[in-house]
Design a protein around this ligand. Structure first.
Ligand code: DGY
Length: 353
């Protein structure tokens, strides 16, 4: 009797998504599942991946040369339950002809919502307020007229203050975030993309920029270099992919160029922000505050990380896509990609590598 083909899944991803695996005949396919709640150990993945046809991972699992070597030539598809894929070595996949599935779009609204939450929390000192209340220090605040005051997002009390939102990366999630911020009367949205990042100056709005500005009621939208975004923005939102090309794109130079009342929010990947420089920027008040859903080297395993001691840093544990609906949709898409991949069909959402 010939050996069964195998699929390896590095985390239990819910009943509905797992039921999609029923399409695979169990006389032909073995499904190897890590059943614990925490990430699968490297040892477990390496032990089970040899001769696998498909591998489903989360962003905590690194898919690199050495893992692909261990997997061997049977591997046809890696399916990640995430939109980001900086944990996957795409060139190692490409050279072996392995497909990469991912889960864009279904998480756009959830991540955009959380981005807005962090924008508001960081500008309005909500992190510090929560800590004070939890520590029983509310009475000390005594409704001081300017206690815990922060800058206001948008056009201000009389609706006339110019307000600029800057985006580092302006893809689907960034645009959904702008849409949510638009009712705050945003006079300008400036953004960087891979071409404008190093350009000598701001670019004329494209037709798409003009259309978007009109439909959202935002004064104007245009691409600009990174230093222009740093200098001009009242709120900077980082929503670009991770990986070597964006490593520490927010560095000391960027942070020093920001306005003192400006806030930096990062809901993409921790590697985009130089954490040491950010800690200094907050300590020395180069900027007002920060809201982070991602931090370089996450998870932060110790509560003594310097960021956590800073009252103006609101730090969440990478929960951008964590609504039940969204995670279920991501899981279903990841399994659909996996099943399509192992059966030699087109993936529902494939990264063109
Ligand atoms: C992703 O899917 O890449 C996100 O980081 C999840 O929040």
């Amino acid at each position: 009797m010939s050996e069964k083909k195998r699929i390896v899944i590095s985390r239990y991803i819910g009943e509905r998504a797992m039921s999609l695996l029923n399409e695979l005949d169990r006389d032909e396919w073995d499904i190897i599942l890590w059943k614990e709640n925490e990430p699968a150990s490297r040892e477990w993945i390496e032990k089970n991946v040899p001769n696998a046809t498909g591998l489903l991972v989360l962003l905590t699992d690194k898919v690199n040369e050495s893992l692909l070597e261990i997997a061997g030539p049977s591997l046809r598809i890696v399916s990640t339950m995430s939109v980001g894929y900086d944990h996957v070595d795409t060139s190692a996949l490409r050279k072996r002809g392995i497909k990469l599935g991912f889960t864009p779009d279904v998480l756009t609204f959830a991540v955009a919502d959380l981005t807005v939450l962090l924008c508001l929390m960081a500008t309005r000192n909500a992190g510090e307020g929560l800590t004070l209340v939890k520590n029983g220090q509310w009475p000390n605040l005594a409704f001081g007229p300017f206690t815990l005051c922060g800058p206001q997002i948008g056009a201000g009390v009389d609706g006339t203050k110019p307000y600029t939102v800057g985006f580092v990366g302006f893809g689907r999630i960034a645009q959904a975030t702008l849409k949510r911020l638009a009712p705050y009367d945003i006079s300008r949205c400036i953004y960087t993309n891979s071409t404008s990042r190093q350009a000598p100056g701001p670019q004329a709005p494209s037709e798409a920029d003009k259309e978007l500005a009109k439909s959202l009621g935002v004064g104007e939208i245009f691409a600009a270099p990174l230093d222009y975004v740093a200098k001009e923005s009242d709120l900077v939102i980082v929503l670009a992919p991770g990986g070597p090309s964006t490593m520490h794109i927010i560095d000391e130079r960027f942070l020093r160029a920001m306005k003192n009342h400006a806030v930096l929010v990062n809901t993409s990947r921790g590697t985009l922000v130089d954490t040491d420089a950010l800690v200094t920027a907050l300590r020395e008040k180069w900027i007002w505050g920060t809201g982070l859903d991602v931090v370089e080297g996450e998870p932060l395993i110790k509560a003594d990380h310097p960021l956590l001691a800073l009252p103006r840093a609101v730090v969440l544990p990478h929960i951008g896509s964590a609504t039940t609906d969204t995670r279920e949709a991501m899981a279903m898409l990841a399994v659909t990609n996996l099943v399509n991949g192992v059966l030699g069909r087109e993936l529902e959402r494939e990264v063109k590598i």
